[in-house]
Write a protein that binds this ligand. Structure first.
Ligand code: MF3
Ligand code: CO
Length: 255
């Protein structure tokens, strides 16, 4: 069951999204060779607390163990849900920081991939193309379309550029809970799936891989890596469906 949100609920989620976007902007300033993802995690958690919010991922229920950190930090061949570590980031790495912010019970979710210092041209293209695939998906998020229109647009774009488009993880409805209906896969058929309605709030969060689309999850039940060890990037926004089209609640460009 998809829980539609009122305008006032969407506004609360937008407040959470603003804090999340501002946190990403601060993280961007701090990402450089030598910093560890545990240091970034500590910074992000404090940033949220200083803004009256809390990190919703910490303690989130998992199959093997509950998620132990405020952020997910996925380096290079890690696809998603990487644990922050004390290992310093190296020049040329790429790292995805993913966070869910809780402000007064309402959530926003956004992941962003960052280059560490100067990265290869191939990695740089992966970052640009993955971000573009997110916005191509968002364009399809309008009243009357179906979820499959989003899925299909992302898949076609990603595969046309030769990437593996990850299928094991999807976008999701979000509100007072991290994962609500509907599921928003990043592959599928145009014209299929739930109809997109005013008041829906969900994430779109494509992961594109330089090699195979296939991933495996480590024994901890969280950390997902590409099967072939090639690198992966991810960008995620939380969006609300309004009469005027998709509204990005985690927008970083117009704060
Ligand atoms: N932002 C993450 C996602 O969309 C949230 C996953 S739950 C967590 O997949 F516990 F890993 F945080
Ligand atoms: Co998400």
């Amino acid at each position: 069951m998809t829980r539609l949100k009122t305008l006032s609920e969407i506004n609360k989620m937008k407040q959470a999204g603003k804090i999340l976007a501002a946190c990403h902007q601060e993280i961007k300033k701090r990402i450089q060779p030598g910093i560890s993802t545990l240091e970034i995690d500590a910074f992000a958690e404090q940033f949220l607390l200083d803004h009256g919010a809390t990190p919703e991922q910490k303690g989130y229920r998992g199959r093997v163990m509950d998620y132990p950190y405020a952020t997910c930090a996925s380096i290079n061949e890690m696809v998603c849900h990487g644990f922050p570590s004390k290992e310093p980031l190296k020049e040329g790495d790429i790292v995805t920081i993913d966070m869910v912010v809780n402000l007064d019970g309402w959530l926003a979710d956004s992941a962003w991939s960052y280059a560490v210092g100067k990265v290869s041209e191939q990695a740089d293209n992966l970052l640009k193309d993955t971000k573009e695939s997110l916005y191509i998906g968002i364009e399809q998020a309008k009243i009357g379309n179906r979820i499959g229109d989003i899925s299909h647009a992302i898949q076609v774009f990603g595969e046309s550029k030769g990437y593996g488009v990850v299928r094991e993880f999807s976008g999701h409805g979000i509100g007072k809970h991290i994962h609500e209906a509907p599921d928003v896969p990043h592959f599928g058929k145009a014209g299929f799936g739930p109809r997109i309605k005013e008041g829906m709030v969900f994430t779109i969060e494509p992961m594109l891989n330089l090699g195979t689309a296939h991933c495996y999850v480590e024994d901890d039940g969280w950390q997902a890596k590409t099967f072939d060890g090639k690198w992966s990037a991810q960008y995620e926004h939380t969006i609300a469906i309004t009469k005027d089209g998709p509204m990005i609640l985690t927008d970083q460009d117009h704060l």
